[in-house]
Unconditional design. Structure first.
Length: 214
């Protein structure tokens, strides 16, 4: 993927992330290990996605002296998983941002049209005051992610980032086209979508692998 073509897309190539993604892709990785990897990857992604958070100077007393240091400048964060697979990424982010509020957006992809259908939404009341991290392991067609972003923006969200583990070029194109003010963070950008709308090489159905269903 040409980074100049997509300035709002960050592909995270850290060795730890790439190592964990390889294990995540493996068909032999069971549900327990899969869940643990998704949580760990989400935590690593949150580290990068919060890089632009502003700091405020403060003073603390160490065992030796009083010293100036820095804390987050009143940032309020909302983590919004796209149900159901996005749930697997929430706990990893909350490990780093325990004060974040969690909302939920329920969207499923119609198997015939591949279009998103909304069935549930519950957001923090002050969503317009928060930095929103939408999380979903897979960015395939981009329809569900774009719909979630547009829905949140309609509810007042102004600062929105999308965190995905694996993206297809088609999904990136769709989100960039419909939501050009949203930054996308991905651990990997794969080759393409197959005729069923699955990412290739991908890792299969993330929700099924997270929860041991088919």
């Amino acid at each position: 993927m040409d980074p100049k073509k997509y300035p709002n897309v960050t592909v995270m190539d850290h060795p730890l992330i790439q190592h964990k993604i390889s294990i995540l892709r493996d068909v032999g990785t069971g549900a327990k290990e899969f869940r643990e990897l998704v949580k760990e990857l989400a935590m690593l992604m949150a580290y990068e996605a919060t890089r632009d958070f502003q700091l405020a100077e403060t003073t603390v007393t160490t065992p030796l002296v009083e010293t100036s240091t820095y804390v987050l400048a009143g940032k309020k964060v909302a983590v919004i998983p796209i149900l159901r697979a996005g749930l697997g990424m929430v706990d990893g982010i909350l490990e780093l941002l325990p004060a974040a509020k969690v909302g939920h957006v329920g969207l499923y992809r119609d198997p015939e049209t591949l279009k998103p259908v909304e069935y549930y939404c519950k957001l923090p009341e002050d969503i317009n005051e928060r930095d929103v991290l939408i999380v979903d392991p897979m960015l395939a067609t981009g329809g569900s992610a774009s719909a979630a972003i547009e829905f949140l923006q309609a509810r007042g969200a102004t600062s929105v980032k999308l965190l995905v583990l694996i993206a297809a070029p088609e999904g990136i194109e769709e989100v960039v086209k419909s939501c050009d003010n949203v930054h996308i963070y991905a651990c990997a950008v794969d080759s393409h979508l197959n005729s069923h709308g699955y990412i290739v090489p991908g890792l299969g159905d993330a929700g099924d692998r997270l929860f041991g269903t088919k």
